[in-house]
Design a protein around this ligand. Structure first.
Ligand SMILES: [Zn+2]
Length: 201
């Protein structure tokens, strides 16, 4: 995944390339750890007594920690910036499943990151008096034309990155258009909940 997040105003938050390098390194060192485990087993040495295995295990743990720290810094930086610059933040509640099926490891990391990112957005929004609106996964954010509302299923079926709306002829970047739809939907949800509250009061 090249991009971490794309906002409706076109702002793109890219994933740190250095981070991907670290992930590759982690995978390599973990394979090495498995090999050392196998060697110890073949020699009938307990893992707790295998110096080579223990040394490698510490190495893997250090890379894990480095990745976690980098991830945290990044998530904090992005969430603070978004919350400070916007009053209403609409987020899609389930993007994880749409993400490319990566190696298990990367996927696990992205899932943790997304839920952590949402958590940060929500509590920072609270601090700054901003509003986070969750838009349900049933909302077809990528397929709807943000200009005329036409639903274009090819976007999903053909995995189009860019498309021209057959309804109104506007040309879209898939992610920016999805962001604009999310924004509109978040505003709609917010407006209807406000009306509800006023109605009660
Ligand atoms: Zn259209």
């Amino acid at each position: 995944m090249k991009n971490f997040a794309i906002l409706s105003d076109g702002t793109v938050y890219k994933n740190d390339r250095h981070f991907r390098t670290l992930e590759k390194k982690l995978a390599r060192e973990q394979r090495k750890l498995s090999r050392r485990q196998l060697i110890a087993m073949n020699k009938k040495i307990k893992l707790s007594e295998s110096k080579n295995y223990q040394k490698q295990k510490r190495k893997v743990a250090r890379i894990h920690e480095k990745i976690a720290n980098k991830r945290n810094d990044f998530l904090h930086k992005v969430s603070t910036e978004i919350v400070k610059n916007h009053d209403v933040i609409g987020i899609e509640t389930l993007q994880v499943k749409n993400m490319r099926q990566n190696r298990k490891l990367s996927k696990a990391i992205s899932e943790v990151s997304w839920s952590e990112f949402f958590r940060l957005l929500e509590y920072k929004a609270d601090w700054y008096g901003k509003t986070v609106v969750k838009v349900g996964k049933a909302f077809a954010s990528s397929q709807l034309c943000s200009s005329c509302g036409h639903q274009h299923k090819d976007v999903k079926h053909l995995g189009l990155r860019e498309w021209t709306c057959p309804g109104c002829g506007v040309h879209h970047d898939r992610d920016v258009n999805a962001g604009l739809n999310l924004k509109q939907e978040a505003e709609r949800i917010l407006a209807s909940s406000t009306v509800g509250t006023t109605g009660l009061a």
